[in-house]
Design a protein around this ligand. Structure first.
Ligand code: F6R
Length: 606
């Protein structure tokens, strides 16, 4: 959360900082700010609200300075306000700081500084860094930075300006993402490589604890012990993210519609005429029959993708498969060994809890495979092996194509692993291969939902919606409920259909909407009974099912019909109309769909 950007070069910094912030705004949008430096000192402008408010404020200023830092905030300490917006400046205006992460010991540092007479202007944890820098500074910024770092605990990526050094930009990263962009006579820092792509593709990933000093022509790094260190620049192959929504009113709708192409790009490189190829994983185990357990670890929608995959992995490979929330896994002391394969799943590749879970798994001796969308992200770099989803950049805060490509990649993995372990018959293998080959086209058909908009408008005034399902339908119910609540602010809950009667059914009353996900072959009769249990109590039911099974549900209220799809790919096909449903409900309620309140795209604090 929070995006930081920095520039030093020969061009005016402010417009470049604003452009960079526009590409980072998905990380937080409570407030935004920038600071620029020249021999006249530091100039700071910051505003509560979206970036557009800052852009408006900056219009009236003359800002020719060629070095600067910028920030877009997702509030952790202190509510959104002008005062709590970054950059934070030391008392005499000598240092300006932008920060992504959390300074965990800020309260004791603040008490200490206040006892020394320092007056704080914000409620943030970050402000202590600016004051500490000024307190220890004796003319050498590098030494001041290292002295201050030795006092901080927590996670931080920092961008630092010093009014005494207006041609220099300092940065630090510890447990928070930061990348350096190397240009011709200009250098950048950013929280995310996508912010740099319009300017340079040469990047350096600082290591944990590195301190960086950038000038227009030079980049110097010191490792955490203060020793000069050389880190190789790498060429980034990604395409710059599309800056506009094209014909679409929202990025979310654009990204929903892009799913057939994203699925094709994710699957095609791994499908041959005869089977599934995952060269990235070859050699991780000499014999894949040595694996005795799988643990999938992720957060949010990625956790739901893992939940859907669990059913397929157990069914196809016979391996016990657990799915855990990264925030729980990292602190629960899970028993792991070299034969437990841990699979971490993350669109951004920067989610703090998932990254910590990855590190914990490695510390406990388990090999880690990552399913990641953003190439070069921290999770991709730290995992033993990486399976790259090819969703392309996802801008809308609520994930859509990120999630479905994760499910597709995990499906590929399930088939590949089953083959490696000899648990698939030739006939099964061929039919699974056909399912994967057909998925992009079936996903395209799932997008065609002429009645969905009307249905969404009908339900848009409800206060609560329940989603029920069994097996992978339950996994999709979890994702459908999350999508609806995060963008429409309607209270939505997902239940394993058989579980509802163990308590929650008491909430069902006349008119309560229940969406029954009923695509899983073999459990339709069971689900039908669960539907009857809620209709008997007055629920208005919408059933989502396939062409093949639709006749069974014809009497059960509204029915949304999807193309037939086998269990391996059902969680992708079924999720698509649920994304559209959430989108249309949020639209009917006038919500800010691409940037829902309180959220940020990349959750880099725990
Ligand atoms: C929901 C959503 C989040 C993310 C979660 C994990 O729409 O986007 O729940 O899925 O924050 O993010 P990644 O996949 O980047 O680790």
């Amino acid at each position: 959360m929070c995006g930081i950007i920095g520039y030093v070069g020969n061009k005016p910094a402010a417009p470049l900082l604003l452009q960079g912030l526009a590409r980072l705004e998905y990380r937080g949008y409570d407030s935004a700010g920038l600071a620029v430096a020249d021999w006249g000192g530091l100039t700071v402008c910051k505003r509560q609200g979206r970036l557009a408010v800052l852009e408006e404020a900056v219009k009236g200023l003359h800002l020719p300075q060629t070095v600067g830092i910028g920030h877009t905030r997702w509030a952790t300490h202190g509510r959104p306000s002008d005062g709590n917006a970054h950059p934070h400046v030391s008392e005499s205006g000598l240092f300006a700081v932008v920060h992504n992460g959390i300074i965990e010991n800020y309260a004791s540092l603040r008490r200490e500084l206040e006892a020394d007479g320092v007056v704080f202007r914000s409620d943030t944890d970050t402000e202590v860094v600016a004051h500490l820098l000024e307190q220890v500074y004796d003319g050498d910024v590098k030494t001041a930075v290292f002295t201050v770092l030795s006092r901080l605990t927590g996670a931080y990526a920092l961008g630092i300006l010093c009014a005494d050094r207006p041609g220099e930009l300092f940065a630090v990263c510890k447990a928070s993402p930061l990348v350096i962009g190397v240009g011709a006579e200009e250098q950048f820092i950013a929280s995310d490589v996508t912010a740099l792509l319009p300017y340079t593709r040469q990047v350096i990933w600082p290591a944990e604890g590195d301190v960086v000093r950038l000038t227009a022509s030079d980049c110097i790094l010191w490792d955490a012990t203060g020793q000069p260190v050389c880190r190789q620049a790498e060429q980034v192959m990604m395409e710059a993210m599309a800056a506009d929504k094209g014909e679409f009113p929202h990025f979310m709708l654009k990204e929903i519609m892009e799913q057939p192409a994203a699925l094709e790009a994710t699957l095609a490189p791994h499908l041959t005429d005869t089977g599934v190829r995952l060269e990235e994983l070859e050699g991780l185990f000499a014999d894949w029959r040595q694996v005795h357990r799988l643990v999938i670890v992720a957060c949010g929608s990625a956790y739901h993708a893992g939940t859907a995959a669990k059913y397929q992995l157990e069914r196809l490979t016979g391996l016990p498969t657990e799915v855990d929330l990264a925030s729980e896994f990292r602190y629960r002391e899970p028993p792991l060994n070299p034969y437990t394969l841990v699979v971490v799943v993350s669109q951004s590749g920067e989610t703090a809890d998932t990254l910590a879970a990855l590190r914990e798994a490695k510390r406990r001796g388990a090999p880690v495979v990552a399913v990641v969308n953003v190439a070069g992200s921290t999770i991709a770099r730290e995992s033993d092996r990486v399976l790259h989803t090819q969703a392309g950049p996802e801008v809308a805060v609520a994930t859509t194509k990120g999630y479905t490509t994760q499910v597709a990649m995990l499906g590929l993995f399930a088939v590949w692993l089953a083959h490696k372990r000899g648990s698939l018959s030739a006939v099964q293998g061929t039919s699974l291969l056909h399912a994967l080959q057909a998925l992009p086209a079936v996903a395209a058909r799932a997008l065609e939902q002429p009645h969905l908009c009307r249905l969404a408008e009908k339900l848009a005034r409800q206060e609560q919606v329940y989603f029920i399902g069994r097996n992978t339908d339950y996994a999709v119910a979890l994702e459908a409920a999350l999508k609806l609540k995060e963008i429409s602010y309607i209270h939505a809950e997902a239940y394993a259909a058989g579980e509802l009667k163990h308590g929650t059914i008491s909430l069902i009353e006349e008119g309560t909407p229940v969406v029954a996900l009923a695509c899983h072959r073999g459990l339709q009769q069971k689900l039908l009974s669960n539907i009857r249990e809620v209709t008997a109590r007055g629920a208005q039911v919408v059933t989502v099912t396939t062409e093949e099974q639709a006749p069974l549900f014809a009497e059960e209220g509204e029915v949304l019909i999807l193309p037939d799809t086998p269990p391996l790919t059902a969680a992708v096909v079924e999720a698509i109309p649920m994304q559209l449903f959430a989108y249309y409900v949020a639209k009917a309620r006038g919500c800010d769909i691409d940037k829902p309140r309180n959220l940020a795209k990349s959750v880099t604090v725990e």
